[in-house]
Design a protein around this ligand. Structure first.
Ligand code: TNX
Length: 553
């Protein structure tokens, strides 16, 4: 059997074109600082071990690293305590810097103490390399990491598990393409030598998946989370409700999902997430340091809710289920107190299932609601969000409403001169940038793209890449920009393959805008680095659009 396995490994290796060596700077999003050392290349041997501090979340990142490397390498890659195995010239992957939780037992803290004064760093060489990079551990912040590759060690240092995971994603990109294989490949597992010091430009980097226009099963959503994590995006916004379907079970209003979830665009069967399904998504995302942002779109985009509960409709008559793609015709009755019970119940249940700090209220395209009524509705809904302990996010149509503590407006306009949003920012709001002309991944790449819209224009890879989130909105200072998000509306997107086709390769463009320092912005550099990802996606079985703008190998 071992012989057979070895033969199969050889065969799989021969199927792949020999991959070009990866350079230390060939990373998407491009790191803040890269110092190659060609004399310090590392090659992963079969008996390598992964060493990590005792913090459980750091240890989980080490397990994820092992899970990423084991299928293609076929190596055992045991995960061990840093304190238990000395480096001593042995080939190791080390994750360090995350302090064990303060409430650790005495035995635990003793172990972590030993890990922290790791024999190798005390020896001085690591400390010297830290100085050489001129950014100290503290400055790595919540999500930064440092990657040091020497002949016998790959060391990722970060103050947080999220930073460690970002470092792991970088390491993954520095290994040969074959690392994406689901089965063992005979390969020289080389990592280019040198040091990377890296941290994000913006705190919020996300993508939105519209699971309302078409419903997607949990497994598809988990796969999207993987794509986010790969490019260091840290938020998944789920557009859970719309005219065509209600996708989240609400105990107090069971027909929302049971009746409102049974439709989708084009007349398909729809579907919805049970509380356990949603918990599974949230947990899977959390493990990858991705925060789920649930959206309950109000007061418009609510036809599915009105079908389930006609009492919420202004006419008190159930509308027919809607499976078309028009917008702006439906709304819950702002004059009925029952509506606010509904909003409070739904927001309360969704908040209780959601560990992240955000609740997205939607607020877009409520064309039939008069401006004063709309504003009053939003102000009550914002208070109901605050009552759940969450922070309001909403489309920028929320702008005219009174400020609510911490609130964030997601700007999706096509003209960056938007006085209402600028005014809301002066009153305390922060913004997430999703300009439809650059970040709307439901737009077609080119006139012949088989799916997608074009109302905001065509978005090729360069258009997705060539803009600056900090300077896009007139009269909105860079300090008010929390980050970027790429929404994927799914009126025309019906499968995981189609989701991936629209995300890749544009999602990495938005990810680089969110992560990399502005000074690194360079279309030619970006598309050159991006090109190396085509073979990675192909090897991993991920669909993508082979855009002619990218020099695929
Ligand atoms: C506008 S942008 C919408 C969505 C549609 C999208 C299609 C926004 C907040 N609302 O309801 O799905 O256009 O591109």
């Amino acid at each position: 059997a071992a012989e057979l396995a070895r033969a199969a490994t050889r065969a799989a290796g021969e199927l792949l074109a020999p991959s070009a060596p990866v350079g230390l700077a060939d990373v998407v999003p491009v790191p803040e600082r890269v110092v190659p050392d060609p004399a310090a290349d590392f090659t992963l041997p079969e008996d390598a071990v992964i060493r990590v501090d005792t913090d459980p979340a750091a240890r989980d990142v080490a397990e994820q690293l092992a899970e990423l490397l084991r299928p293609a390498t076929g190596y055992p890659l045991p995960v061990t305590d840093t304190a238990a195995i000395r480096h001593d010239g042995r080939h190791v992957l080390t994750l360090s810097g995350v302090a064990a939780p303060a409430d650790a037992t005495d035995a635990d803290s003793a172990a972590s103490g030993a890990g922290a004064v790791d024999a190798d760093s005390a020896a001085g060489t690591d400390a010297e390399r830290v100085d050489a990079a001129a950014i100290d551990g503290e400055a790595l912040g919540d999500e930064g990491y440092r990657l040091d590759v020497t002949g016998t060690e790959v060391r990722i240092t970060a103050a947080t598990p999220a930073g460690l995971l970002h470092g792991v994603q970088t390491l993954r990109q520095l290994l040969p393409v074959a690392v994406e294989s689901a089965t063992p490949v005979a390969e020289h597992w080389m990592v280019p030598g040198g040091t990377i010091v890296d941290r994000p430009r913006f705190a919020y980097r996300g993508a939105m998946l519209d699971v309302a226009r078409h419903f997607f099963p949990v497994e598809d959503v988990l796969r999207v989370v993987d794509h986010l994590a790969r490019y260091k995006l840290n938020h998944l916004h789920l557009h859970l409700t719309d005219d065509q379907g209600w996708r989240i079970a609400v105990d107090a209003w069971p027909k929302l999902a049971e009746v409102g979830g049974a439709t989708e665009v084009g007349g398909g069967p729809g579907g919805w997430y049970t509380r356990d399904d949603y918990r599974r998504i949230v947990r899977y995302a959390a493990r990858r340091h991705v925060t789920v942002v649930p959206e309950i779109d109000l007061p418009g985009h609510t036809n599915a809710a009105l079908v389930a509960y006609p009492e919420l409709a202004p006419s008190k008559i159930a509308p027919p289920p809607y499976t078309g793609t028009e917008v702006g015709f439906s709304y819950v009755d702002p004059a009925d107190e029952r509506t606010y019970d509904f909003v409070a119940d739904v927001l309360g249940e969704v908040a209780a299932l959601t560990p992240g700090p955000w609740l997205h209220l939607g607020g877009d395209e409520a064309f039939k609601v008069p401006a004063d009524t709309y504003r009053a509705f939003v102000e009550r809904a914002q208070e109901l969000v605050a009552a759940t302990g969450k922070i309001v996010v909403g489309w920028h149509q929320l702008a005219p409403a009174a400020h609510a503590d911490g609130r964030v407006l997601q700007w999706w306009g096509t003209n960056g001169d938007d006085p209402e949003t600028a005014d809301a920012v002066r009153r305390g709001a922060r913004v997430i940038l999703s300009p439809a002309k650059h970040a709307y991944l439901d737009m077609k790449y080119a006139p012949d793209t088989p799916i997608g819209h074009d109302w905001a224009g065509l978005i090729d890879v360069r258009t997705a890449y060539d803009w600056d989130p900090a300077a896009h909105l007139a009269d909105v200072p860079a300090e008010a920009v929390l980050g970027v998000e790429a929404p994927l509306w799914t009126e025309s997107v019906t499968s995981l393959a189609e989701i991936e086709f629209m995300l890749l390769p544009r999602l990495p463009a938005i990810a680089e805008l969110g992560w990399s320092p502005r000074a690194t912005h360079d279309w030619d550099g970006f598309r050159g680095r991006l090109a190396g990802h085509g073979p990675r996606w192909a090897t991993a079985g991920i669909t993508f659009h082979p855009s002619p703008e990218v020099p695929w190998p």
